[in-house]
Design a protein around this ligand. Sequence first.
Ligand code: PGD
Length: 750
Amino acid sequence: MSHWGAFTPAVDARGEVVSARGSELDPAPSPLLGNLVGSLRHRLRVASPMVRRGWLERGPGPDPRRGDEAFVAVGWDEVLDRLSAELRRVYGGRGPEAVFGGSYGWSSAGRFHHAQGQVHRFLNSLGGYVASVNTYSAGTSEVLLPHVLGAGPEILRSLTSWPLLAAHTELMVCFGGVPAKNTAVAPGGVTRHDTDGHLRAMAARGAEFVLIGPDRRDLPAHLPSRWLPARPGTDTALMLALCHVLVTENLHDAAFVASHCTGLDRVLPYLTGASDGVPKSPRWAAALCGVEADEITALARAMASRRTMVTVTFSLQRAEFGEQPIWAGVLLAALIGQIGLPGGGFGHGYGSVGDNGFPAHKSPLPTLPQGVNPVREYIPVARIADMLLDPGGAYEYNGERRRYPEIELVYWCGGNPFHHHQHLARLREAWRRPSTVVVHEQYWTPAAQHADIVLPATVTLERDDIGSSRTDPFLTAMRACAAPYELARDDYATFSDLAAILGTEKAYTEGRSAAEWLRHLYDGWRDGRPVPDFDAFWAAGRVDVAVPAPSILLADFRRDPAGHPLATPSGRIELHSEVVASYRYADCPGHPAWLEPEEWHGSARAARYPLVLLANNPASRLHSQLDFGPHSAASKVDGREPVRIHPLDAGRRGLSDGDLVRVFNDRGACVGGVVVDPDIAAGVVQMATGSWLSPVAGVEPLLCSAGNVNVLTRDTGSSRLSQGCAGSRALVEIERWPGEPPAIAADEDR
Ligand code: PGD
């Protein structure tokens, strides 16, 4: 099982994957499986424990050379001795409050060898760690939605199910689309890729789609659709104008709003312009978003007259003021009055991850307990660089005034911050502040390259595990099919040895080997279920998990708002939130509002950097994983990340297909390869995340020769409310690369 699908690998005598065949149960196996070919014995695997020369010779301490210095191979015994001594020093000195173990990342599928779970359990056995909260994926919504709908992650997991959309939806208005590329992946894995089948079923029943966004490819081309290429970052203005039409033409469902919502009286004066002199009319929005006013009016009327699902992708909230398009989407759906009806209402993240729109299992999956973390300090996940650069510094988060802790040791397992974070020059500076950075990695990723101690980890095909996810209808036996590469070890084995040296072995292992843990976790899950025992499961390869019935988001609440109130202060949908308003955040007021972001066409910055870059999730790999794999490599232009550009913008710059270009702003630059494409709106370029950072020595600001877009994105919270990741857009300029472009660092090893 991988995050991108169940598969059967063929492994040759050298222990290398030569093919990976998707499950026979999968109607649409993901091409990402191709990246597994050649991945087990690849030159970029970490072969032995490695220590940065400076750390080995000069000992722990902040170091401007971290990330630039060579590593020295050391034996397991030596590295475990040195690392345990360092952990003893830090825990015995400033204690667990000085250890950052947030360790964000997708790591690999598998319930037991889940790297993040393992590192948390290990650090908890030592006394705890500073954690991180929320995700890079949907961190803004995770904080906002409890204020508006009374639940965050739970809401995101209980969307109206695809079969109900197929049976009832007449119009699906998709802000950000339903991007097929993202549906290939789901955390923990997916046996059947069904999303496209459901979309086809919707179309076959006569549903129509409206794609609102700058990239035509964000909605499958086979669907009957209309494309409104609104300027990036202006969806809120467009939504407010749709609301304006609904209320001024009396098309809104006043009865639903009266019985199920609160706060429209506070929003109405803003919509009509009574409070600020600016009616949020279609004409007003057209000037901002570039969609004709008549088109907006017609769309609002159509939405009010048909069973309409309003859906907003996660990417829209991964931006400055990212709360606004989500809250405005709820407002729009509330005015239409179909929230809680089959096929209508509000959706968030259809197409953002493969499991959205599939009902989640009610009972827990086999899960390794992580112990108790007594440390109360935490950070919103995307504030990592702020924390390292500004220990003791004050910041605001969801109504609290907090201070950043002072971190001495960073421990990372199963994530790649030099992929997922923004403004990587700033992160590099921040990363040099702690005394010690430890990374367990399978490959020489940029995260490994920026560590002091790198411990080689096995990959899933080298260890037994149990695969499952919150919606997958199976538990999958993930049987090892190759020996560990060189000196690589399971994260569990490494932590068990460290725990033994540090005297916490009993708490960490509970006396179980990895094999015994699998049995233990399975037996605990099996208790009371009519499923085979562990041996029979392991021999069969999978076992069925009862599939929950299709669900309708907020159906119970719609039926009986008093009996099933939302967990908001009013028990209703909060179109205006007194709580949020009481925080007095100009960047997230008490109701949805149009706030001009910095990274958009209308800002002063756009005079210097006129193109809006969409820095979104890639189609050819999961995040940065297996970037060297054949499928990812085939997507590149001369080894660089492709940059899609409209013919008009390409023509103005004298660019054609295959040209290498410098994509730049004042935060940094990267090399991209031009793909001229009319499917991307004029004035916009698209470049996916996930190309491994390849810094060119001596160039300031940071230049990445491989095309890592996060050198260009801005490291700011979406707002003071959620402090979410705001990396999905950045203003840039593009010019032809003059002469020979710089080499890609990892190529020398490939
Ligand atoms: P991955 O590339 O999946 O990225 O960020 P994330 O850090 O999750 O990194 C996982 C790492 O874990 C890989 O390096 C892999 O080798 C390692 N690994 C896998 N299995 C194991 C294991 O068993 N043991 C150990 N020790 N290591 C392992 C993803 C994040 O990026 C996400 S979720 C999103 S949605 C964000 N999206 C954007 C975006 O849209 N735009 C921008 N600009 N930036 C983003 N960043 C975010």
